[in-house]
Write a protein that binds this ligand. Structure first.
Ligand SMILES: N[C@@H](CCC(=O)N[C@@H](CS)C(=O)NCC(=O)O)C(=O)O
Length: 241
């Protein structure tokens, strides 16, 4: 039996945690669309029944609940938000209008998600691993994305990957900026700055100041504290008989 389709006005809730870049994407997208939402914060180191029931396949956050219907996986949610709230007041597009630009944004977003999270977790000390290798992996990925910015934005007078405003790739890559800063605090070494990737460094500052972003961009020092607390909570959980 098909579920009743909620209209765009049905309540919107985000199940997640403030420290997650994947969750932050969803909040930025909803803010960009001018869609009010309730944020349901998950407890550190545990998964709520609502999260497990809403995302039984991956058991990960974020989950977007539109009415009672769950949407999972941040990139899928971004597209859903773009389509479901296309007509919302003050609505800005999330995916570019041009199919080729859309494909290019998706390609680089997939690249960022494939290359960045694990080495950033290693640099932040949240999981074990070779820190020098992780730093090199992040540097290679950022150099590649810097090249994309130079070709797609500098060459065309764009402030963001999306042009005059943030769009899909800005939201996806921008969600890692807090983690870059946290990795810098933990390692004492630059991850994204003027010297490593000058165009992206300037873009990151613009992204963080954007009105849809500034209230949900996590503070780096808080992220470091959160990483330590999460690691301790998971270790305590693993040590239980
Ligand atoms: N590909 C997923 C990744 C989501 C993800 O890794 N979420 C993390 C929080 S940052 C999570 O829920 N981790 C719990 C787990 O791995 O069990 C997405 O884009 O939504």
């Amino acid at each position: 039996m098909a579920l009743a389709s909620p209209d765009a006005a049905a309540a919107v809730r985000v199940v997640g945690g403030w420290a997650s870049p994947f969750v932050m994407r969803v909040c930025v997208a909803l803010r960009l669309k001018g869609v009010p939402y309730e944020f349901l914060q998950e407890e550190l180191g545990t998964k709520s029944r609502l999260l497990l029931a809403s995302n039984p396949v991956h058991k990960k956050m974020p989950v977007l609940l539109h009415g009672s219907r769950p949407v999972c996986e941040s990139l899928v949610i971004l597209q859903y938000v773009d389509e479901a709230f296309a007509g919302a007041t003050g609505s800005s597009p999330i995916l570019p209008a041009d199919p080729y630009d859309r494909a290019a944004h998706r390609f680089s977003a997939d690249y960022a998600d494939a290359k960045l999270p694990t080495p950033l977790r290693i640099l932040r000390g949240m999981i074990g691993g070779d820190k020098a290798k992780a730093a090199e992996q992040v540097a290679v990925a950022l150099a590649r994305l810097e090249e994309v910015f130079v070709v797609e934005c500098d060459g065309k007078g764009r402030r963001y990957f999306g042009g005059d405003d943030i769009e899909f790739l800005d939201i996806v890559l921008g969600s890692y900026v807090g983690w870059f800063r946290a990795a810098e605090l933990v390692t004492g070494r630059p991850v994204l700055d003027e010297a490593t990737a000058p165009r992206l460094a300037a873009w990151a500052a613009r992204f963080c100041a954007h009105e849809a972003v500034r209230d949900v961009m996590p503070d780096a020092a808080r992220l470091v504290e959160f990483g330590e607390a999460l690691r301790a909570a998971l270790a305590a959980h693993a040590a239980r008989p």
